[in-house]
Ligand binder design. Structure first.
Ligand code: ACO
Length: 333
């Protein structure tokens, strides 16, 4: 059984309630129908019920009838969610009128449904930008207490099994923090280690990537500082840096450049120095090495919210429902 099949099987074994705020979007509806048919998750669609049913009928999606549909403009808990939002954001200047307006926005409503305990996780982004998906999640759901910042990892499934753990790797932060500080890099490393353990079950070996290996470059490297900071927070974690990508991945290069490292040459988690490097890095590997890139998986949140690429397929959404359900199961303990 491949890793994705394991993730799907674990989601089916403990069904979670997943909100899809883009409930009238075609790929989302197709993925929702398949998820219901397969028993992957309980699906909550946000959108106009008549439109959803009409689209489902036209596309022959027979299982949508079993989804819970929430109309953002009129539903019984609208006022309760608006008061909850006002309570959470009044210190930031949100008025009650603002809250009643925001609660009609499916992306805010989805997060409020989770915050109120009426769902376990959310996926959006087939229609909306990353910023618009993440902002309500960061404002309403917020990070876990022990986590300083949210970040985004990609699960990379490589065709060459000699890299990572039988070809499985995690790359971060590919989605959230444009220019992370040392403290934020440590947070990204810790969260990605948790994601790696939760999704793959293997011990993470984290390489903090740079243009330099162990001081070979000229500048003071923030990745080396981030290693020290991470180790101070989690002394048993296998983490090293700064490392160049070849030293992190290739045993013969590691033997020359970082011979005493417990991570070099066998890294299965790569943490990049900034969002540009990480985002470019995962796309290069996806395209040039024909890897499957699953994500971004938002990590560190109190409850899982995941963002989709606007170019995603319904299969991508289906897989993300499985991943979100796993995150939800784990975050509940
Ligand atoms: N972790 C935790 N909380 C955060 C984080 C973070 N990384 N970033 C922002 N926040 C919180 C803030 O503290 C703030 O909370 P508050 O209002 O309760 O005080 C709230 O989120 C909003 O923060 P702002 O800085 O005002 O939010 P902003 O509008 O700048 O948006 C965002 C934050 C959306 C994450 C922004 O940094 C962003 O757009 N990042 C890049 C996203 C992107 O384009 N990624 C690449 C996409 S491609 C791909 O994913 C494959």
């Amino acid at each position: 059984m491949c890793l994705m099949q394991h993730i799907i099987a674990r989601a089916k074994a403990d069904k979670q309630r997943i909100v899809l705020p883009e409930g009238t979007e075609e790929r989302t509806l197709t993925a929702a129908d398949r998820a219901i048919a397969d028993g992957l998750a309980e699906i909550i669609l946000i959108g106009d019920p008549d439109t959803i049913h009409r689209q489902a009928d036209a596309a022959g999606l027979e299982h949508i009838a079993a989804a819970t549909i929430i109309n953002p403009t009129k539903h019984p808990k609208r006022a309760a969610y608006a008061y909850l939002l006002h309570d959470l954001r009044k210190a930031k200047g949100m008025t009650q009128d603002d809250a009643f307006r925001f609660v009609q926005n499916p992306l805010y409503l989805g997060c409020l449904i989770i915050k109120a305990g009426d769902a376990d996780g959310e996926i959006a982004g087939a229609l909306n930008t990353t910023g618009n998906v993440l902002r309500p999640a960061l404002q309403i759901i917020k990070t876990q207490q022990s986590v300083t910042c949210a970040s985004g990892a990609f699960l990379m499934l490589l065709s060459d099994a000699s890299y990572g753990e039988d070809g499985v790797m995690l790359f971060a932060d590919c989605a959230v923090i444009p220019d992370p500080s040392v403290e934020e890099l440590a947070g990204i490393a810790l969260s990605t280690a948790s994601t790696a353990q939760a999704l793959t079950g293997v011990e993470p070996r984290i390489a903090m990537l740079s243009y330099s290996t162990k001081g070979s470059g000229t500048a003071n490297d923030k990745m080396a500082e981030a290693v020290l900071r991470t180790k101070s927070l989690s002394p048993s974690l296998l983490i090293d840096g700064e490392l160049q990508a070849d030293a992190a991945l290739v045993p013969t290069v590691a033997a020359r450049k970082a011979p005493s490292s417990s991570v070099a040459g066998q890294a299965n988690v790569l943490v990049f120095p900034n969002l540009s490097a990480a985002n470019i890095g995962y796309k290069l590997v996806e395209r040039l090495a024909h890897a499957e890139a699953i994500g971004p998986i938002l990590q560190g949140m109190a409850a899982p919210v995941n963002d989709l690429s606007r170019g995603c397929s319904s299969d991508d959404i289906y897989k993300m429902i499985a991943i979100t359900a796993n995150q939800a199961r784990i975050s509940k303990g």
